[in-house]
Design a protein around this ligand. Structure first.
Ligand code: ARG
Length: 467
């Protein structure tokens, strides 16, 4: 057999693989990232095979010791990865055979690279989901805490990016937190479908050996063996589900990023981000740029790209395994890394946001943000809402002309538009009165924000409890 022909499957071939084709079809340069999971899966497989009598206990022990040593070689950076050996699976198996001889060749009994790779990716995804879960939890905790601290801080709320009504900064932060709570549910729900074991499906139809898939599943911490071998070797919709979660999460983080970028600008001047999250300009000495949120906003695009790549990869694939599936790894790895890093950046940065309360308050005072409160006041005194809307519209037009906010007008000035208005109007025209009046579940009143922060904390604990 030629050296360039793969030793694992070269038997039926009469000429070596074309050198370019070998490189073109190889995945080892990226799938070596699955080495730990590949070894974990092989150890469980060998243990199960010995349990059902396909391997002897001595063979099992030789395989496990060999694989454990290989794990060490990989961790120490001593392992020689070989492109002609194609992928992580055959690299590790070939090294095992180097080390322990013929017994190494018995490891692949009753399995195929098709169920092996599907198992490895699922183990990998499960590990990564657990890391992402920790970062997402940390971000949510920090956000809830900041919201509670800022429950009384008043800022303008916007629609169409125009000042609409005053809200509390805590309420705004809890809006972000709700987005993340749904993302978190999606992540943990996705984990349930990730944690199902393909191993034992072999190439596509199952195997003739008396394997016990429940034992392997238990050893690997899977919830259960996959029901159907054809589906199990070919299914990658768990990867699509993860990148969907990732895309929606990044979409949310990009919205938060956009607001952070706006708020740090001199024009808004709502918050400060500590210097450690910003960078300067090489030409403009005065600049302090909000790079971290900008970059998170930008990274959203690559994650959307990975979702499209995986959806398109799976489109129209006939059962069962196809080599196309080798293309699942790079998008998935990059989506995992991007999500984890963006969450880490946010979890570190959010608690360090420094609100400029005076500036937020001043902005809320401009732009007639209590106009709706004046309309509601008139309605409470018996005016129909549409008429009240008209009266307040005229008052705002007057305020624009005279450069006065509603709360800065005298009672006489306000009475030009409706003589129902009395001295008590000034209680509703203040920003504090306006936010405190929205005092129901889901409203912006400081007491509601404090209660909502407590519920958010409980929901987070409950979510983690069920997972
Ligand atoms: N490197 C392959 C992949 O990532 C492993 C499975 C290959 N199976 C095969 N029959 N060629 O999908």
């Amino acid at each position: 057999m030629s050296q360039a022909t793969n030793q694992s499957w070269g038997g039926r071939f009469s000429e070596p693989t074309d050198a370019f084709v070998a490189r073109f079809t190889a995945s080892v340069n990226f799938d070596q990232r699955l080495a730990r999971q590949d070894i974990q899966g092989s150890i469980a497989h060998a243990t199960m095979l010995a349990g059902v009598g396909v391997l002897t206990d001595e063979e099992r022990d030789a395989i496990i010791n060999g694989l454990t040593e290989i794990q060490g070689e990989i961790e120490r950076g001593e392992f020689q990865w070989s492109v002609p050996l194609e992928d992580v699976h055959m690299n590790i198996e070939a090294r095992l055979t180097d080390k322990i001889g013929i017994t190494g060749k018995k490891l692949h009994t009753g399995r195929s690279r098709n169920d092996q790779v599907a198992t490895d990716i699922r183990l990998f995804m499960r590990d990564e989901i657990d890391v992402i879960d920790v970062e997402l939890t940390r971000l949510r905790e920090g956000m809830i805490e900041l919201a509670e601290r800022e429950a009384d801080t008043i800022m303008p709320g916007f629609t169409h990016l125009q000042t609409a009504q005053p809200v509390t900064f805590g309420h705004h932060l809890l809006a972000w937190q709700e987005m993340l709570a749904r993302d978190h549910e999606r992540l943990l729900d996705c984990r349930k479908r990730v944690n199902v074991m393909p191993l034992g499906s072999a190439a596509l139809a199952g195997t003739t050996y008396p394997i016990d898939r429940h034992v392997t599943a238990e050893l690997l911490g899977f919830d259960r063996p996959a029901e159907n071998s054809l589906d199990a070797v070919s299914d990658r919709d768990f990867a699509i589900e993860f990148t969907s979660f990732a895309s929606i999460l990044l979409m949310h983080l990009s919205r938060m990023s956009e607001e952070l970028v706006l708020w740090t600008s001199a024009q808004f001047n709502f918050i400060d981000l500590p210097d450690r999250f910003c960078t300067g300009s090489s030409i403009m000495p005065q600049k302090k740029n909000p790079d971290v949120p900008e970059l998170v906003r930008g990274k959203t695009g690559r994650v959307y790209g990975h979702l499209m790549a995986l959806l398109t990869l799976m489109k129209s694939q006939p059962l069962a395994y196809n080599k196309d599936n080798q293309e699942d790894k790079e998008p998935l790895f990059d989506a995992v890394d991007t999500v984890r890093d963006c969450l880490k950046a946010f979890a570190d940065m959010v608690p360090a946001i420094e609100p400029k309360k005076d500036s937020m308050y001043e902005a809320a005072r401009r732009g007639f943000s209590t106009a709706t409160d004046l309309a509601d006041y008139l309605v409470r005194k018996g005016v129909a809402f549409r008429d009240a809307h008209e009266i307040v519209g005229l008052s705002v037009a007057y305020g624009l002309k005279t450069k006065k906010d509603l709360s800065e007008m005298t009672l006489e000035e306000l009475k030009q538009f409706s003589d129902i208005i009395e001295q008590d109007v000034f209680e509703v025209l203040t920003l504090e009165g306006s936010v405190a009046a929205r005092n129901h579940i889901g409203g912006t009143a400081p007491d509601q924000v404090r209660a909502a922060a407590n519920r958010a904390r409980e929901a987070l604990v409950a979510l983690k409890g069920v997972s």
